[in-house]
Structures are given as C-alpha cells and as structure tokens.
Ligand binder design. Sequence first.
Ligand code: SF4
Length: 270
Amino acid sequence: MKLKECDLSGNNIRAIHPPDRTIRSGPALARAGLCDDADLADEVANIYAVAVTPHLAALIDTSDPDDPIARQFVPDRRELGTTPDERLDPIGDDAHAPVPGIVHRYPDRVLLLPSLICPVYCRFCFRREKVGPKGGGADSGVLSPEQLHIALAYIEDHPAIREVILSGGDPLGLSDRRLAHILDRIEAIDHVDTIRIHSRVPVAAPERITPALIAILSRATPVWLSIHCNHAREIAPETEVALAALSRAGVPLISQTVLLRGINDNVDVM
Ligand code: SF4
C-alpha cells in the first residue's frame, strides 16, 4: 500500500513515492495505483497516447475514484467506444490546413503546430487522434525542418496574419534551441504583432520552466502563455513558483480552462 502525505483536513493529497519517469503504459499505471486493469489501459493506449508525468502522478489521490487529476489523464474504458456521429476531426482542422503544421481558420490569426507531442495526454483532447508520438502520420510527431520551413513561409506570405498561436502538441516540449529558432523566425515577420503559446507544461512538468526557457519567452514581441489548467488541484507549489518566475520576467499569462463534467462543472471548483 502506498504511503501518503495528508493535508490538514486529513485528505490524502500526495503519494510519497511517485514514479520517477512519465507513465505511458497500463502496467506502469497499475504500479502507481492509478488503474486496476492494466490490459484495458494498454488497449486504450494503443489507440490514444497515454502519459502522466511524475509531477502530476504525485498530485493524484489514488484513494479517490473521482480524483479530478486522475480523471483527466488515466485511460477510461469509454474511450474504446465510438458513436456513428463521432468524427475523426471533430473541430474541422483538416479543412483549414493548407500545409502541414498550419491551421488557418480566421484571416488574422493562425495556428502553428510544430509538435504533436504532449507531456501528458488529456483523455478529453479534441485532437486525440492526432497527438502523440505517431501523430499526424509523422513518426516522430514533430514537424521536419522542411515542413517547419514551409509552415513559416506560409505565415510570411499572408500579411493579414497578425497573431501566431503555437499549440499542438505542447510547444514547450520542444528543445530550447528549436523553440528559440521558431520564435525568432516568427518575431522577424513584420505583420505578426502577437505570439501565443498554449501549454500544459507549467501544470504537468513545472521543472521545464527554467531560467533559459523564460529568457527565450521574454522578447520584444509579446509571447502570451496560455496555461491549460482545469482544476485548482493542478496548481502545485512548483507550478506557482514557475508561474511567478514567468510573470516576473514579463511573460503575460492567461488560462485556458475546459469545462469538464464531474471535474470542474460546479461553481465552487471554478
Ligand atoms: S495537452 Fe492539449 S493537445 Fe495535448 S492532449 Fe492535452 S488537450 Fe490535447
């Protein structure tokens, strides 16, 4: 049985021996006490990528079957079912993807998806068929240098675009060198005045928010960082420290919060 720390109300809040690497399989989920049926979890993981970082795993109360963090990241049997009205591309990205890595739905802004890899995989993700190491048909889930060049050239060639939104996948999962290269290229485009990054990293892997990364994000063209966070329990002390450091460096922070049944669909949690 796993030992836990307790908060003052007596609730178990943190496993004392969290896994030391990201959980990606049914057996690893079972070993961490996060699922009872490793085979079922693997069945789901073979279709939709699974990852739970050590940091988030340590925040899960394994004695609570409705733990709001576990429910977002631990595979569920219901994922194996599909209904006739479900679509492979539920938000219609494909119809607005002129080149790989670009979704251009509105004239003045564009999505740039340099990577389809995430530090964690949310079970509710509306790009779940695409994210992951095999996402988008690319073996690595990351745009090749040639594809990236073409995607950036597309932005350069469309002067109506004033905002570039890096999403994915998680852009902060890229190496510092690759991220800096992309931001440098975007910043050099005259008609782009705003860059936005959507990321789970501050919540899922706050140790990635290093001084070097913060220096890359602090630049003349504002780089807005949209933190994907759906429940207050996701905001651990390490995340608070990371967000404070970003804020001190002048990185504008906003939040993207998905309304999720049974997780945050009540006023108190919100
Ligand atoms: S981090 Fe974003 S892109 Fe990745 S699985 Fe979660 S919702 Fe989807």
